[in-house]
Design a protein around this ligand. Sequence first.
Ligand code: MG
Ligand code: MG
Length: 248
Amino acid sequence: MIKIKTPAEIDIMREANRLVAQVLQSIAGVVAPGITTAELDNMAESMCLKMGAKPAFKGYGGFPFALCCSVNEQVVHGFPNGAALKEGDILSVDFGVILDGFYGDSAVTLPVGRVSDDAVRLMEATKASLEAGIAMMRPGNRLGDVSHAVQKVVEAAGFSVVRQFVGHGIGRALHEEPQLPNYGNPGRGVQLKAGMVIAIEPMVNSGGHEVRILDDGWTAVTVDGKLSAHFEHTVAITNDGPRVLSLP
Ligand code: MG
Ligand code: MG
């Protein structure tokens, strides 16, 4: 069952997601060659606690860290570690919090120093696909309209959409119904209604769409070893259109 949120609940979710956005913005400000993802994880966790929220991912299903850090061919759910980031890497950071019983969830992919033109194109296409999907998140549209809009932008740019992971409803739980794939057919699936809150999160590969999970049980990587990017926003569907809750 899809849980409809009241306007007051959506306002709380806005606060939770604002904290997530602030943390991601601070991380974006310090990412550079030489910094380690373990340092970024510490920074995210301490900022979050200082703001009176709880990091959502630490301990979720056994995930050991506050921040997901996925470098280059890593798609999602990468572990922070003590290795320094290098010039030319791309880093996807995914962060979530719990505030007053509600979850926030957002992700961005950041360049480390100067990156290749291909990496820039991949990040821009992924971000554009997220924007195209959000534009379709209006009452009366269907989930398939959102999925299709994302897929169209990604494939027009010559990239591929990851199938194995999807967006999700979010509220008092991190993952609620419905699931929102980043590929699909327009006019299909559940009809969107005001009060639904959904995390939309295209994961886009520069090569093939296939991914596999490393022996750590979490880190998803591209099978062909090519780059992957990930952007995510938590969005409330309202009668005035999509309200992106995870903006700074
Ligand atoms: Mg996320
Ligand atoms: Mg998510």
